[in-house]
Design a protein around this ligand. Structure first.
Ligand code: ADP
Ligand code: MG
Length: 457
């Protein structure tokens, strides 16, 4: 069973209280897998991507084991860079707040050497540092590591990439053989396996699979505000998109864009909170049954919508935060299908662009000059929608409507698309070639024994 709560771990009350005060309420997955083992003093290799909480994962056993009264170096943590070593030291300080007088020392290259030697002379419980500098202190006999009971290698993959293998092996030569070794890494390749087999004893191995890469391709275009609207037809045609969801940050932008696109010959639907619920429901039906290919929406109005199969999401305005961005682009590439999300970014968006780029590392930056407007491409749907003024409250079911259309008026099943039955009305997507026929015939025939009014939407 996966451990999810810190209270499931065998930690002191004070430690748990401290964790709680740090707002660490639940274990991250890699913590859940590794802590039950590392707290048992096992050697451990843990692999998980950046940001998965590895620092806390190795710091908890280090702090848990700490005997503050024994003023000797008990744990050594090696990290590839000074910045990372400082972050780790900071985390360790937070995690050991419930213990008094814990001395944590960072020893990194690029910092004055002599003061480090002096600090070492004064002693420490935990040393965090970069391999080169620690080795130098060993060689100059400033540091004695024979009291170490825990060795941590953080970002082991990076340390090896940076050529620290020999330094690490030399450092380990001066450590006690009997110790716990924890190795954390974002990747696990042959070189790490080699290192591990040389420095660990029967290590446990835990791994959190990187989430599947989304199949959403993202493109960012740097544009002027005034260029945005004219780009929409080009984006649609160059991608041969059939179902397009366009996000704006404000209702007024939605309406303006809808007008402007209409002038450019595109028939669009809009969805925002000024519209009545009935209109909104209808809009969603018409877009999701594919009788209208373009929907312009605000975030509020589109929250919680189930619209699948959108093949192009356009962020006409870049979203105000990265979570909304994630939400928006998730509308494409549903069910494993590849999709494209295009964001139009102006100079004002610069900061937000940076934040988003940090999260999604595979964003392609494109130039509008690369856009090839395919003039032969006509965006139009093969389907139209008929409205029937009867729904669930009239006990109509999809089968009744299907029957009236096929057995009743002789339509082929292939000419019928999605059927949506709402409380008081229903919508049926129909091949547009057959729409006149259906309007004429269906209004003259009964559905489940009754006549209904039929319109085109
Ligand atoms: P990694 O080393 O895997 O890249 P970090 O250790 O830097 O990730 O952790 C990323 C962030 O997650 C940090 O800000 C850290 O404070 C936070 N964090 C770690 N563990 C937890 C937890 N159990 N609950 C909430 N936040 C956590
Ligand atoms: Mg880390």
């Amino acid at each position: 069973m996966l451990t999810t709560n810190f209270s499931q771990l065998n930690l002191s009350k004070e430690f748990l209280k401290n964790l709680d005060s740090l707002s660490y309420k639940e274990l991250t997955p890699i913590q859940g897998l590794s802590l039950p083992l590392s707290l048992q003093n096992s050697d451990l290799i843990a692999q998980a991507k950046t940001g998965s909480g590895k620092t806390v994962a190795f710091s908890i056993p280090v702090v848990n084991k700490l005997n503050v009264k024994d003023f000797k170096i008990q744990s050594l943590i090696l990290a590839p860079t000074r910045e990372l070593a400082n972050q780790i030291a900071q985390e360790l300080r937070k995690l050991s707040r419930h213990i008094h007088n814990v001395k944590i020392l960072t020893l990194c290259g690029g910092m004055p050497f002599k003061p480090q030697a002096l600090s070492l002379y004064h002693g420490a419980h935990i040393v965090v540092g970069t391999p080169g500098r620690i080795l130098k202190h060993i060689q100059q006999e400033n540091i004695s590591l024979n009291t170490i009971s825990t060795l941590v290698l953080d970002e082991a993959d990076k340390m090896l990439d940076m050529g620290f293998y020999d330094d690490i092996m030399q450092i380990i030569d001066s450590l006690p053989k009997h110790r716990q070794t924890l190795l954390f890494s974002a990747t696990y390749e042959k070189n790490i396996e080699n290192l591990a087999s040389n420095i660990m004893i029967n290590p446990e191995f835990v791994k959190i699979e990187n989430e599947e890469k989304t199949s959403i391709n993202q493109e960012f275009y740097q544009v002027e505000e005034s260029e945005k609207t004219a780009l929409i037809p080009a984006l649609i045609s160059s991608n041969k998109a059939k179902s397009i969801l366009i996000f704006c940050n404000m209702k007024i932008t939605c309406d303006k864009l809808a007008d402007d696109l209409y002038d450019l010959g595109l028939d669009v639907l809009t969805l925002h909170s000024d519209l009545e619920q009935k209109q909104r429901d209808e809009t969603i039906v018409l877009f999701s049954n594919k009788s209208y290919p373009i929907l312009i929406a605000t975030d509020v109005a589109s929250r919680g919508l189930h619209i699948d199969d959108v093949d192009l999401v356009i962020n006409y305005d870049l979203s105000l935060d990265e979570k909304i961005h994630t939400h928006r682009i998730g509308r494409t590439a549903r069910a494993g299908k590849g999709g494209l999300a295009v964001s139009l970014c102006t100079q004002n968006d610069e900061e937000r662009v940076e934040v988003i780029k940090e999260k999604f590392t595979d964003i392609k930056e494109k130039n509008i000059s690369e856009l090839e407007d395919d003039l032969s491409y006509k965006i139009d749907s093969d389907l139209r929608t008929i409205f029937i003024n009867g729904g669930k409250k009239h006990k109509l079911r999809a089968g009744d409507i299907l029957g009236a259309l096929t057995a009743g008026i002789g339509l082929n099943k292939e000419d019928i698309g999605k059927i949506d039955i709402l409380d008081f009305c229903s919508y049926v997507a129909i091949n547009k070639e057959k729409i006149e026929y259906v309007l004429d015939k269906l209004s003259k025939s009964k559905i489940k024994g009754k006549y209904y009014r039929i319109y085109e939407k």
